[in-house]
Design a protein around this ligand. Sequence first.
Ligand code: SF4
Length: 193
Amino acid sequence: MIENIKIFEINARHALGKSGMAELDYAFNPYLGCLHGCRYCYAIDMSPSEASSNWGRTVFVRKNIITLLEREARTYKRGIVGMSTITDPYQSVEMKFRIMPKAIEILSRNGFYVTIQTKSPLILKDIEILEKYRNNLDVGLTVTTIDRKVAALLEPYAPDPVKRLNALKKLTQRKIKTWLYLGPIVRGLNDNI
Ligand code: SF4
């Protein structure tokens, strides 16, 4: 956990948002802002100003999101849910709030397909639930470089890239569908991998 972070708890109006990505029907974002603080993150401009102006050190927790999701998962048309599209669902605050295992359970029980993308080995905390619903989900880990100096420049507070790869391996060994997102590529920094 990094120091001097600000955590705000807010109420969301919806749990599932329409996704702008062609391959997804819905986006599920339990947090706004992201404590990984990646320099290249496109979500900076899509986050509350308090988070974007203090990127990587401020996060908003959508504390009622599971209550909303229970209702929406029963009534919304089934589809593919991206977790998450403008935050990292397994950033360090997830240790405390533990939104993800409940969300995976609710969506899977109600027939939605879940695709998870993270930079954090914290996802291994949920390996049993991921195994239970392995036919209904896949997990991607993002790595931009395994050079720790370059990673520190690009993603100052994100987990060690080698630990991410190890997490991916463990998930794969447990027969969970996995993928690696290698990017973004930044000219002069990580374009030699
Ligand atoms: S982990 Fe993802 S959401 Fe978080 S700052 Fe990095 S790119 Fe943005």
